[in-house]
Structure formats: structure tokens, C-alpha cells
Design a protein around this ligand. Structure first.
Ligand SMILES: NC(=O)C1=CN([C@@H]2O[C@H](COP(=O)(O)OP(=O)(O)OC[C@H]3O[C@@H](n4cnc5c(N)ncnc54)[C@H](O)[C@@H]3O)[C@@H](O)[C@H]2O)[C@@H](O)CC1
Ligand SMILES: [K+]
Length: 213
């Protein structure tokens, strides 16, 4: 029997996150760690030559926080990882800053120079997730363009950055991923032709501990 996968909008996913954190009482960092474990497992199952040098592109929200946790887990598994920050690391969500602290403890190399992407054998896209709130412009647009121009394949966390969660359309510009590990449930945008084209192979990490309303 084939089970139907639940498909959610950004608003629905945010309501499920809130319910799990505020009503059930599971701390956001627990969900983040479970999400990161699922993404790291996917990356660690890729051929070894793809993991010679991973570059994680880090935004300032919780998608970036997921990316930082993935970076830590990959580092602890023996994979060389560098962090490419979109913004000065001080301007970040609380969970993101906690993940930054853990990465700093392990002395993961950090840069804000997109030239590091040329060293990558794999790029992890943790720039924007379901929190995308406006068209992508300026430095963020340049970063997405640089990721797409790089030779390395891209693994997107939750959604290819720049994708509208509900339509799959690029909000100006979007990452073209080789694979996307989407968290908890499939997002509506990933089921549209535009979204499928950007996302590549889609994996639903459905065991991160989000509880239904
Ligand atoms: N809340 C939760 O329970 C969980 C959330 N998770 C992750 O958290 C993500 C959502 O996190 P957030 O709500 O922090 O949102 P995001 O991290 O997707 O993005 C929010 C940040 O990006 C900025 N932003 C929005 N649109 C932009 C644009 N066009 N250009 C530049 N900056 C822009 C916002 O100002 C904000 O700082 C999910 O996609 C998922 O990856 C996971 O950690 C699992 C658990
Ligand atoms: K992303």
C-alpha cells in the first residue's frame, strides 16, 4: 500500500512547528538537531568523492541554523566543511546563534567570500527556507547565482533557497539543487513543475518530530 504524503503550505508548516514547540513542548533545538541528522545522513550516504570539501551557505534564520548543525555533524563524521555566511554572523536568530557557537567550538572555517564555492565538491544550501518573505535581491541574489554557477552539486535544506514555498516559483532567483531534503512534510511548491525542476531529487525527512494538530 502506498501511503499518501501530506503536503503543506508555509503557513501550515509554521503552525505545525508552533504547535509542536509551544503546545507539545518539544524545544526548537531538538527539532533542529533531528532535521540536521536527517540531512547529514543523506550527505554521508553520497559517494565519498562528493564529500572532499563541503561548503555550507548559511542564512541568518533557522534554515541557516539547520545548515550550521549539519556542518557540525559532518565535521564530527570526518568530512571537511567550510561555512559561507551570507551576513555578519551576529545578525541571526537565537537558534542560529547557538549553532554558530557549537561550530566555533569545533573551529569550523568561516568566510563571507563566495569565492570559497570554487573549492566545494558539495554545496549545502541553508540560506532560506520557509521563512522567505520577499523577492531575493542584492547580495542574496548574487550568492544564489554563485551557488548555481559553481561546479559542485547542491543539497538544499527544506527548499531550494529563493523558491516560493507555496508555488514553487523563483522569487527573483532560486537555487537549482541536485537534491532537496525537505523537513517533516512535502511543501506545496515542491509538487509543482517549477518547484520540481529546482529541487532535483526530493527526500522527505518525515521523522524530525513534528506533531500534527
Ligand atoms: N521552527 C521549527 O520548528 C523548525 C524549523 N526548521 C527550519 O527553519 C526554517 C524556517 O526558519 P525561519 O522561520 O527562521 O526562516 P528562514 O531561515 O527560512 O528565513 C528567515 C530569515 O531570512 C530573512 N529573509 C526572508 N526573505 C528574505 C529574502 N528574500 N532575502 C534575504 N533575507 C530574507 C528573514 O528576514 C529572516 O531573517 C525551515 O525552512 C527549516 O529549515 C528546522 O530547524 C526544523 C524545525
Ligand atoms: K534552503
Amino acid at each position: 500500500m502506498k501511503l499518501m504524503t501530506k503536503v503543506v503550505t508555509a503557513k501550515e508548516m509554521q503552525a505545525l512547528d508552533r504547535h509542536t514547540i509551544e503546545e507539545v513542548g518539544i524545544p526548537a533545538l531538538v527539532l533542529m538537531e533531528r532535521a540536521a541528522l536527517a540531512v547529514a545522513d543523506h550527505i554521508l550516504a553520497l559517494p565519498k568523492e562528493k564529500r572532499h570539501q563541503v561548503v555550507v551557505v548559511v542564512g541568518n534564520g533557522n534554515n541557516g541554523g539547520d545548515g550550521l548543525a549539519v556542518a557540525r555533524l559532518l565535521h564530527l563524521a570526518g568530512t571537511p566543511v567550510k561555512l559561507l555566511f551570507a551576513l555578519p554572523p551576529t545578525q541571526a536568530s537565537e537558534a542560529n546563534r547557538i549553532q554558530q557557537h557549537a561550530c566555533a567550538y569545533y573551529q569550523l572555517p568561516v568566510t563571507t567570500d563566495p569565492a570559497v564555492l570554487s573549492e566545494a565538491t558539495l554545496i549545502v544550501d541553508a540560506l532560506l527556507g520557509i521563512g522567505i518573505a520577499r523577492p531575493v535581491e542584492g547580495h542574496y541574489a548574487d550568492l544564489i547565482d554563485a551557488m548555481n554557477q559553481a561546479a559542485a552539486p547542491i543539497v538544499a535544506i527544506d527548499l531550494p533557497s529563493g523558491m516560493n514555498t507555496d508555488t514553487g516559483e523563483a522569487m527573483g532567483i532560486a537555487v537549482t539543487a541536485a537534491s532537496t531534503v525537505t523537513l517533516a512534510y512535502l511543501k506545496v511548491g515542491l509538487t509543482t513543475p517549477a518547484g520540481e525542476a529546482q529541487a532535483g531529487h526530493i527526500i522527505v525527512a518525515d521523522h524530525i518530530g513534528i506533531y500534527d494538530l
